[in-house]
Ligand binder design. Structure first.
Ligand code: TXE
Length: 495
């Protein structure tokens, strides 16, 4: 084992008595209960955070509202962009510290924390920074009657909705937290983040860096706690919009709560049961490394990662044999050891959930390889390939969000499309083939917000991302998110 050294500043940060981050400073209410933060690689408690009450949430939301009204929405778009870019600079400067915090709390392999999470956070923030000066309305010529030569014109203004509640999951808390910060701040909104109770620390650190970047106190606030803290946030009358990333059941609950709160705006990026379709012409040797990597990155705990593999029957056996060999050779162990490619699952409840699905598969003799629970400390499960013959199998229907991939053979493209779309989810899918004529005919038929060709799970800030069906509401990135964070005001003039 060759683990990296934990930086001194990381040790110091982890050891702090963490409070909320409100109006540019830590806010600690000694009466609030504490929640343990556990390192999933060791099962040791490494820190505690506050379980935020309605009172703390209200203070944060009120500060965000004051800062929205009096400071941030009045600042020039150019200046807002400069400050977001400065935050991106500071994330680069503190990259190793942030990567280590992610690895310690989420069990993310250190190279993924460094080269995917932190590096992509910087790239995404710079994209949002570049959008601040590109928020536009339009001019319209009304067709109203002119009796005495009067004329009309109309234009639209795009105005920030106000305070955003950003509710963040545990799988990529730094990056998803930064998506919500970038979306809110680039459109002139302010934000109160509620990170996952499992992975709060990196989000608290970003809020601190934002102050160093010159982002006004109160523009980015963080309240920590369980789901109830998130509920208080949605209920706050200072909050105008909710942006949530997480599971479908919680997303539906949050959507209902937002609607009951006088139709609070809501965008939801939820789960998936994403399909990867391997057509008859695929070269298994060529595609396998990239397919495995996009499936098992961060132990498969990625909302867009494939969980259902459809392979043409002529390639089924070759895929199963070769994929099993690759999975069996994957080095698994401490995420702080850069030579491992596979680490622990991120938290105990999720580990239990994945074990439940694996047990179902084991009972029915479906496991082709992997799915072993490793002895000793840490939530380690070896990457699993599972055979599915029936599309009604729970492993083919429900999101496992873990290192479990189900594989099924198909005969022709009509059957393939029916099986892909036979799902309540519609987040993402991929088609693997060099027969572009077939691929181009399949793409419009697939019910998914993103379709990749000969790749999967790659996100880019210039390309919109979001789900169809139960996978979500709204789109992130590009300029697609701007609609969700602004209101259109129509202005009509007679002259
Ligand atoms: O997620 P939740 P959990 C899946 C994954 C996992 C399961 C449960 O399969 O096993 O969801 O994980 C906050 N009002 N995904 O419980 O509930 C919560 O505190 C307001 C897939 O961690 O979705 C956290 O900050 N907020 C997913 C955030 O919501 C509430 C990523 C996410 O929690 C709340 C994560 C409420 N009523 C898990 N209840 C993906 N697809 O990206 C909870 N929260």
């Amino acid at each position: 084992m060759n683990q990296i050294e934990i930086l001194e500043q990381v040790q110091e940060f982890v050891a702090r008595q963490h409070g909320h981050f409100i109006n540019g400073q830590y806010y600690l209410d000694q009466k609030e209960p504490r929640i343990d933060i556990t390192n999933p690689a060791t099962e040791k408690v490494i820190a505690t955070i506050a379980d935020g009450s309605a009172t703390s949430v209200e203070i944060a939301a009120k500060n965000a509202q004051d800062t929205f009204k009096n400071v941030w929405s009045k600042m020039s778009p150019y200046e807002r962009g400069l400050k977001l870019n400065k935050l991106a600079d500071l994330i680069e400067v503190n990259a190793e510290e942030l990567a280590q915090l992610e690895t310690l709390t989420a069990g993310k392999q250190i190279n993924i924390s460094r080269h995917l999470e932190v590096a992509q956070t910087v790239i995404f923030l710079r994209h949002f920074a570049s959008n601040t000066t590109k928020i536009e309305g339009k001019t319209i010529q009304p067709s109203l009657p002119s009796m005495q030569g009067e004329q009309y014109t109309a234009f639209t203004l795009r105005q920030p909705v106000g305070v955003v509640a950003g509710i963040v999951p545990w799988n990529f808390s730094l990056m998803i937290g930064a998506w919500k910060i970038g979306s809110a701040l680039s459109t002139g909104c302010t934000i109160v983040l509620k990170p996952s109770e499992f992975t709060t620390l990196s989000v608290l650190r970003i809020a601190e860096l934002a102050i160093e970047a010159g982002i006004p106190a109160g523009a980015i606030n963080v309240v920590t706690g369980l789901g109830l803290t998130g509920q208080h946030l949605i209920d706050s009358s200072s909050v105008q919009k909710v942006s949530f990333t997480g599971s479908v059941p919680t997303g539906i609950r949050i959507g209902q709560q937002a609607m009951q709160n006088d139709l609070k705006r809501v965008s939801l990026e939820l789960g998936g049961k994403n399909a990867a379709a391997l057509l008859a012409d695929v070269n298994i040797d060529e595609i396998l490394p990239i397919l495995i990597q996009s499936t098992f990155v961060h132990q498969g705990q990625v909302c867009a990662a494939p969980e259902r593999i459809f392979v043409h029957q002529s390639k089924y056996q070759e895929l199963v044999t070769k994929a099993s060999a690759v999975l069996e050779s994957m080095p698994i162990g401490s995420p702080l050891d850069p030579s491992n490619v596979f680490g622990p699952l991120s938290n105990k409840p999720h580990y239990e959930k994945v074990k439940y699905y694996l047990n179902l598969a084991k009972e029915k003799g479906q496991i082709l390889t992997g799915g072993e629970i490793l002895d000793g400390e840490g939530y380690y499960i070896t990457p699993a390939l599972v055979k599915v013959d029936d599309v009604n199998d729970p492993l083919f229907i429900e999101e496992t969000f873990g290192p479990v991939i189900s594989v099924i053979a198909f005969e022709d493209e009509d059957q393939l499309i029916d099986m892909i779309n036979d799902s309540r989810f519609g987040l993402a899918a991929s088609v693997w083939s060099n027969d572009m004529s077939k691929v181009m005919r399949l793409i419009p038929k697939i019910e998914a917000g993103s379709v990749w060709v000969n790749m999967h799970t790659f996100l880019d800030p210039a390309v919109p991302f979001g789900g169809m069906k139960a996978s979500g509401l709204g789109r992130e990135f590009s300029d697609a998110y701007i609609d969700d964070y602004t209101e259109i005001k129509s202005v009509m003039m007679r002259f």
